[in-house]
Design a protein around this ligand. Structure first.
Ligand SMILES: [Zn+2]
Length: 216
């Protein structure tokens, strides 16, 4: 099973990807993690990434594709993988198709999580996490059992990501609609797209995704 989770920031891709990882044992490939791992492992591509980042530039599509390609060749991806947060543009989507085709494999499905903007802003701007263990909470949707104390580790220190606010979120959504949302039509045209109602309860979204995966 080779799948992509597609959707705007705050749509719940991370949560749902984590659940697919647990249920199906597929590795979740996040480009950020892969870039860091390649740098640490000092692979050829990793050295190029480090040089680019050290010079304060953005890593090019070619390099990211090379990293994803290397990662997919690892034995734990033999039964499939989940691509998380990638591809983000049509150029990257085309390059991904070509890279997979060269390996003689293809995507199984692209699952789109549909959530409206108002809800995305509400979700993201209420989000915070435990400063010690990283457990994620929300001002109204998911508070710790005891106010101000992390359920998981008991810490009383919490933090908010600086980009988790309404203003930054609006900018992130603009980028998403401009650069990433064209992928919805792109994969639809290839017969790969399945959409789920991301406004539903998390468990309901999971069931919708499981039904799609069971159908593959
Ligand atoms: Zn904690």
């Amino acid at each position: 099973m080779r799948l992509i989770l597609l959707g705007p920031p705050g749509a719940g891709k991370g949560t749902q990807a984590q659940r697919i990882v647990e249920k199906h044992g597929l590795p979740q490939l996040s480009t950020g993690d892969m870039l860091r791992a390649a740098i640490l492992a000092e692979t050829e591509v990793g050295k190029r990434v480090k040089a680019v980042l050290d010079s304060g530039k953005l890593v090019s599509d070619d390099i990211v594709i090379a990293i994803v390609s290397e990662r997919i060749d690892q034995p734990d991806c033999a039964n499939g993988f989940i691509l998380d947060g990638f591809p983000r543009t049509l150029v990257q989507a085309d390059a991904t198709e070509a890279m997979l085709a060269a390996k003689g494999i293809d995507l199984s499905v692209v699952i789109e999580l549909r959530v409206n903007d108002k809800e995305l802003v509400r979700r993201v701007s209420g989000r915070y996490s435990c400063a010690s263990c990283g457990s994620v909470y929300h001002d109204t949707d998911h508070k710790p059992g005891v106010e101000g104390v992390c359920d998981k580790c008991g810490s009383t220190h919490f933090k908010r990501r600086p980009d988790d606010n309404a203003e930054t979120m609006t900018q992130r959504l603009e980028v998403y609609y401009k650069e990433t949302s064209p992928l919805i039509g792109y994969y639809y045209a290839k017969g790969k797209l399945k959409s789920v109602d991301g406004m539903a309860e998390m468990d309901v979204v999971t069931s919708q995704i499981e039904a799609i995966l069971a159908d593959l």
